[in-house]
Design a binder for this molecule. Structure first.
Ligand code: FAD
Length: 412
């Protein structure tokens, strides 16, 4: 019977532990927190977006951080296998908009509870409050690990599933990277991804709490158009967030790291041509003909935005609608279609949904997740330099890698 140690009871570690135990291994799962799956419990706003129904190629496209490294892993264990596994352990699933798969219960806690029951059923030796502080390696061969309690545990193989460095309170505090480095692995530069953005522009902060739906967001990096997306965003006390912002944040984080200039252009009326917006303004101004300009725009914009937009368009909002010039109308149309927001930085890695960077994929065998440097050492999950967009892509990546590593370890 193979004696396997798995470091970290998150998404990848839990699937690895279940798979290895189902294949007859003696599994010890070490977790530094007092509970398993702490990050899993907050995924999908507490609903856990387990995977996505997209095909393999679409999946890989949605994993901009080394998605291609996962081809083999996805051949072994993909979204259908994930759904089957969860259905089998008592988590019926459902599919929502964009192919996103959730538990029918809408409860991430439910997902973690069922995984925990499965660990017990399979007799996995789960040890909580047990941080791994050292990998014991001799002559490029791993023989075991040392815990924070100075205990040494021997193993035939160790799977490192310690996660990334975002949301450290959930346990993924980056200590896995230190252990990987200690084993001689290169850690690719850590950068936040799926992260809110900061702006120094004072008016941005005054819009705190305001959500914009159905807007178009264009990202300019060093004045060159980089991304163009449509959807929902939100202003906060530090800058901007929301689905649109998270989706473009990876590229922006990379650009800011290289000291490039980044600004966003928001089109508040993307469904209308400039002429249609102009006609719309004129209709509103006929309706509010005896009012001041600032009071004639209540149908066009959220209340909080009116003084800001007028200011940016160099229009005196106290003027009467009758005195509004054609030139001013054109200025207004322009700003409604191109509201510029300078981005100064991203929020810190601790606030990112995923960590971009990690163990260099070139140092791992993609078919087994085995280290090419150290015998008996395997990696799976966010600790590896692989990161995807929102939509269930990151969890599926972690599950697939965890499964492949466990199969390799037990079948070797
Ligand atoms: C707010 C939020 C929402 C998200 N929502 C989604 C979503 O809906 N869908 C999706 O696909 N992805 C989502 N993600 C991303 C996804 O949660 C992660 O990519 C995934 O959890 C990574 O799995 P993992 O097993 O590699 O790491 P983790 O799940 O982070 O697990 C790592 C585990 O290792 C333990 N550990 C770390 N170091 C040690 C050590 N030295 N010794 C012992 N134990 C250790 C940690 O305590 C932790 O339990 C979300 C992330 C966040 C932060």
């Amino acid at each position: 019977m193979k004696n396997i140690i798995i470091v970290g009871a998150g998404a990848a570690g839990l699937i690895a532990a279940i798979t290895a135990a189902q294949n007859g291994a003696k599994v010890t799962l070490l977790e530094q927190k007092d509970r398993i799956g702490r990050k899993l419990m907050i995924t999908g706003k507490g609903r856990c977006n387990i995977t996505n129904t997209a095909d393999k190629n679409t999946f890989i496209k949605n994993i901009p951080g080394n998605g291609k490294f996962l081809y083999s892993a996805f051949d072994s264990f993909f979204n259908e296998e994930t759904v089957e596994l969860f259905n089998n352990i008592g988590v019926p699933t459902k599919v929502e908009r964009g192919g996103r798969v959730f538990p029918q219960s809408d409860s991430a806690v439910d997902v973690v509870d069922r995984l925990k029951e499965k660990l017990y059923e399979l007799d996995v030796n789960l040890r909580l409050n047990t941080k791994v502080t050292k990998l014991i390696i001799k002559d490029a061969k791993l023989t075991g690990i040392q815990t924070i309690h100075n205990e040494i545990l021997q193993a035939d193989a160790v799977i490192m599933t310690a996660g990334g460095a975002s949301y450290p309170l959930t346990g993924s505090d980056g200590s896995g990277f230190v252990l990987a480095q200690q084993a001689g692995h290169t850690i690719k530069d850590l950068t936040p991804s799926l992260v809110p953005l900061e702006s120094d522009i004072p008016w941005v902060k005054t819009l705190q709490g305001l959500s914009l739906r159905n807007v178009r967001l264009t990202v300019f990096i060093d004045n060159k158009k980089s991304e163009d997306v449509f959807g929902e965003m939100m202003f906060t006390h530090f800058g901007v967030t929301g689905p649109l912002i998270l989706s473009v944040s990876r590229k922006i984080a990379m650009a800011l790291k290289k000291n490039k200039d980044v600004y966003l252009s928001i089109n508040l009326k993307p469904a209308l041509t400039p002429e249609q917006i102009d006609a719309r303004i004129q209709r509103d101004f006929i309706k509010y003909t005896k009012k001041q300009i600032k009071n004639a725009m209540v149908d066009l914009l959220p209340h909080k935005m009116i003084p800001i937009i007028l200011d940016l368009a160099y229009i005196d909002g106290n003027k009467q609608v009758n005195d509004f010039t054609k030139k001013e109308r054109m200025q207004l149309v322009e700003i409604l279609r191109n509201l510029p927001v300078d981005v100064t930085k991203t929020r810190p890695l601790a606030e990112a949904i995923v960590t971009c960077g990690g163990v260099n994929v070139k140092e791992l065998n993609p078919k087994t997740m085995q280290s090419k440097l150290i015998d008996n050492l395997y990696f799976a999950g966010e600790i590896i330099d692989v990161d995807g967009y929102t939509g269930g892509f990151n969890l599926q990546a972690a599950f697939s890698m965890g499964y492949v590593a466990a199969m390799a370890v037990t079948q070797e």
